[in-house]
Design a protein around this ligand. Structure first.
Ligand SMILES: [Zn+2]
Length: 310
């Protein structure tokens, strides 16, 4: 199993904000030291630089053994693939095409896209056909460039299509160049991780693994909390995950817990996905074990286990 590190909008190295793709000379040694072999990048680098820079910098990462696995496309009201205004929607589609062209120069495998920006749940039925139209325009470009589109489940503060509707859109278009990006944090806030995984699992082509602390604020905004330090029900996730044969990099969209390095975050998340999070049953409630010295969770077995101290 390979993890990919999300590098948009979060400090690349704890407390040191190194932009990754624009500054390969500084970022590559940091990533290599952390054992990172794949990343997800934001789209801004690709649109703000000439093709030559995109190609050169991307080549440096690939030569260093770091794969640019995915890119997060622009989203929001100005880049709304389901915009009821035809002209604005057309602009959004053309902008996405431009991003796809640039991303292809970096050899990325897929682009994560939003299913639109919705003002309320009542708008969803009206906007879904518009989203399908936009995807129909984008898919031939994606196929020509060899870059898949991953439609992401979005959060309740931006009410979006639920899991069945996402499935319906992807199935209806029936293209191998279109799949789902499953965001665990968003799923926990809207619809449930288990329900989402069960409905979408055969369509998932990439993940955004993140946790949240269950507070109102966390339910409104992404916290980039490292799994499994929050309240996302990881046992539910693993119940479905273990039935999948997912071989692509799994994107961790989080900041390392307690200022640890990315190497340790990758070790902990890998252990989580392999079912190695230590848990005990307390009054019928599964309970994580936390080291009181370093503040990290403990992974492994009763006989052989570790935290950040070890
Ligand atoms: Zn410890």
């Amino acid at each position: 199993m390979e993890l990919a590190i999300y590098t948009q909008d979060v400090p690349m190295v704890p407390y040191r904000d190194i932009p990754v793709l624009p500054r390969p000379e500084e970022a590559i040694p940091e990533l290599q030291a952390a054992g990172v072999t794949a990343i997800e990048a934001g789209h801004s680098f690709f649109i703000a630089n000439p093709e030559r820079v995109v190609e050169e910098n991307s080549r440096m990462f690939h030569q260093a053994g770091i794969r640019i696995w995915s890119v997060y496309a622009p989203f929001g009201k100005d880049r709304n693939l389901a915009d009821p205004d035809a002209l604005k929607r057309h602009h959004a589609v053309e902008y996405h095409k431009f991003v796809l062209e640039r991303v292809a120069l970096a050899g990325a495998s897929l682009v994560v896209i939003h299913p639109g920006a919705y003002g309320g749940e009542q708008e969803v039925p009206r906007m879904l056909p518009l989203l399908s139209d936009s995807l129909e325009s984008l898919l031939p470009v994606a196929e020509r460039l060899g870059v898949r589109l991953a439609l992401k489940n979005i959060v309740p503060r931006e009410p979006g299509p639920g899991f069945p509707a996402l499935r319906q859109v992807v199935e209806k278009l029936g293209s191998k160049w279109l799949g789902v990006c499953f965001d665990t944090d968003h799923a926990h806030k809207g619809g449930g991780v288990k329900a989402g995984m069960e409905i979408l699992k055969d369509l998932i082509i990439t993940f955004h693994l993140a946790d949240n602390d269950g507070t109102v604020q966390s339910c409104m905004w992404d916290h980039f909390m490292q799994p499994p330090y929050g309240v996302v029900p990881w046992n539910d996730f693993l119940g479905v995950w273990q039935t999948m044969d997912f071989t692509s990099p799994v994107v961790v969209r989080a900041i390392p817990w307690a200022g640890e390095c990315y190497r340790h975050m990758q070790r902990e998340v890998s252990a989580l996905l392999q079912g190695e999070l230590m848990q005990v049953d307390v009054s019928g409630i599964p309970t994580k074990l936390r080291c009181l010295r370093c503040g990290h969770l403990r992974f492994g077995t009763a006989e052989d286990n570790w935290c950040a101290c070890l």
